[in-house]
Design a binder for this molecule. Structure first.
Ligand code: NDP
Length: 449
């Protein structure tokens, strides 16, 4: 296993053998292990207590049937998942993803990433993730509601404000959280606001939670620019995706003086040289639940739609992949480099393949990993939990200021840790090591459990 510290090779082999066919989970584990060589050299106590081996095994994995009836009266069966990965720092916390590609390997990769991300925020939250292979696309509101009610009819017994607190992710936004919360409340007869985050503002939600992941990603990129004495002013930015994370990343880029010139969905991408028209993008993707091609059609001359194709062919100074895992590969990285891109900051979870990351870092492009860059979403979820616990609600300005401070703190922790472990300027190793140490120390303190 080239590149992997000798002491960690057995752990990785065990992960491969115990979790066959779960390639995304293997990739996420490998990416963290690749950074931990200097840590195990300095801290043999982690190996002695099998902390890393324990971290790679979820505390609990729940898989369940989700039966529901569609609008034609046909019974549909989906599969539901919740992986409660690690609760050393607090209740399990992580989103639910509804997408046809969801299977155990994806939920485990996301849950594993979530442990380190949540640790990096410095807030008291453990790591978990869940979801279903249900595809909300093309389904009526009534179908989505019946699916969510059936999903929660099983999930409710596993979650709670002190146990496990789900939120949204791909395919799960405010509408789905509403139906899930409604069913939880109905079954338990408890108005337990802290059991889910991403709630609507009138029923326990937090200001800025909707915007938090996209805004936070841009705040992180702003910190990288500041390190160079630079800013977003006049920068060309490409943002992949056009969902929750992408839309608010575009919004913040524009607020900071940059220009987002392209975004995408799974059907292709649009280039809009005069800058993405945010109101139109929201209308097409949020209000109408339409396709990105509709944006180009409505926008007229300044925009054009490229079916399929790679959005990373579009020249930019800064790339923000905000769609899904492994959406930016080695060839894309090569094109970004030759077009002059100098920063790739991951708004999505693991959007860059290992080949892409290697190419980018070798070429001197600053690469910042999702577990640091997109941590603003879960951090603001934790702020939502704080407000719920104290029966309080904060203003938009106050909450956004807290988010900006948290992102700046995460940025600095990554850099300081990278420096301390002999990889100055390497955000990836800084994020992995800083996230790991906090969880590992808590696990040591709590004993073998
Ligand atoms: P949404 O469902 O709101 O949007 C996802 C976007 O990505 C859509 O535009 C979707 O297009 C596109 N997409 C999904 N799969 C593919 C694919 N295979 N190829 C190309 N495009 C694709 O999800 P979010 O914006 O919430 O999540 C985006 C990413 O950010 C995910 O990796 C998620 O895990 C991560 N994330 C989200 C957080 C949050 O708070 N929401 C927090 C932290 C991370 P289409 O509609 O065509 O499928």
């Amino acid at each position: 296993m080239p590149g992997l510290d000798e002491k960690l090779q057995d752990i990785y082999s065990e992960v491969l053998q115990r979790n066959p066919g779960e390639s995304e989970f293997h990739q996420a584990v490998r990416e963290v292990l690749d950074s931990l060589g200097p840590v195990v050299a300095k801290h043999p106590e982690y190996a002695d207590a099998a902390v890393i081996r324990r971290l790679c095994e979820p505390e609990r994995q729940i898989i369940f049937r989700v039966p529901w009836v569609d609008d034609t009266g046909t019974v549909q069966i989906n599969r539901g998942f919740r992986v409660e990965f690690n609760s050393a720092l607090g209740p399990y916390k992580g989103g639910l993803r509804f997408h046809p590609s969801v299977y155990l390997g994806i939920v485990k990769f996301l849950g594993f990433e979530q442990i380190f991300k949540n640790s990096l925020t410095g807030l008291p939250i453990g790591g978990g993730k869940g979801g279903s292979d249900f595809d909300p696309k093309g389904r009526s509101n009534a179908e989505v509601m019946r699916f969510c009610q059936s999903f929660m009819t099983e999930l409710y017994r596993h979650i709670g404000e002190y146990t496990d607190v789900p939120a949204g992710d791909i395919g799960v936004g405010g509408r789905e959280i509403g139906y899930l919360f409604g069913q939880y409340k109905r079954i338990t007869n408890r108005y337990e606001s802290g059991v889910l985050t991403g709630k609507g503002l009138s029923w326990g939600g937090s200001q800025v939670r909707t915007e938090a992941t996209g805004y936070g990603a841009v705040f992180f990129a702003k910190e990288i620019l500041q390190e160079r004495g630079d800013s977003f002013e006049g920068k060309r930015v490409v943002v992949s995706g056009s969902g929750n994370v992408a839309i608010y990343a575009v919004e913040k880029v524009h607020q900071l003086g940059g220009i987002a010139v392209a975004c995408s969905d799974s059907s292709g991408y649009v280039v809009d040289e005069s800058g993405i028209d945010l109101e139109l993008l929201k209308e097409v993707k949020q209000d109408d639940r339409g396709r990105i091609g509709d944006y180009a059609e409505k926008r007229g001359q300044s925009a054009h739609f490229v079916e399929n194709g790679s959005i990373w062919d579009v020249p930019c100074d800064i790339a923000l992949p905000c769609a899904t895992q492994n959406e930016l590969n080695g060839t894309d990285a090569k094109n970004l480099i030759s077009n002059g891109c100098t920063i790739v900051a991951e708004g999505a979870n693991m959007p860059c393949t290992p080949g892409a990351t290697k190419r980018l870092t070798e070429a001197g492009v600053t690469f910042a990993p999702g577990k640091a860059v997109n941590a603003g979403g879960v951090a603001t979820s934790a702020l939502e939990m704080q407000q719920n616990a104290s029966r309080d609600s904060w203003s938009f300005e106050h909450t956004e200021a807290r988010l900006a401070t948290i992102m700046s703190g995460i940025h600095d922790r990554c850099l300081e840790t990278a420096e301390a472990y002999g990889t100055p300027g390497d955000y990836q190793s800084g994020a992995n090591i800083a996230g790991f140490i906090q969880v590992a120390d808590a696990m040591l303190a709590l004993g073998v459990i």
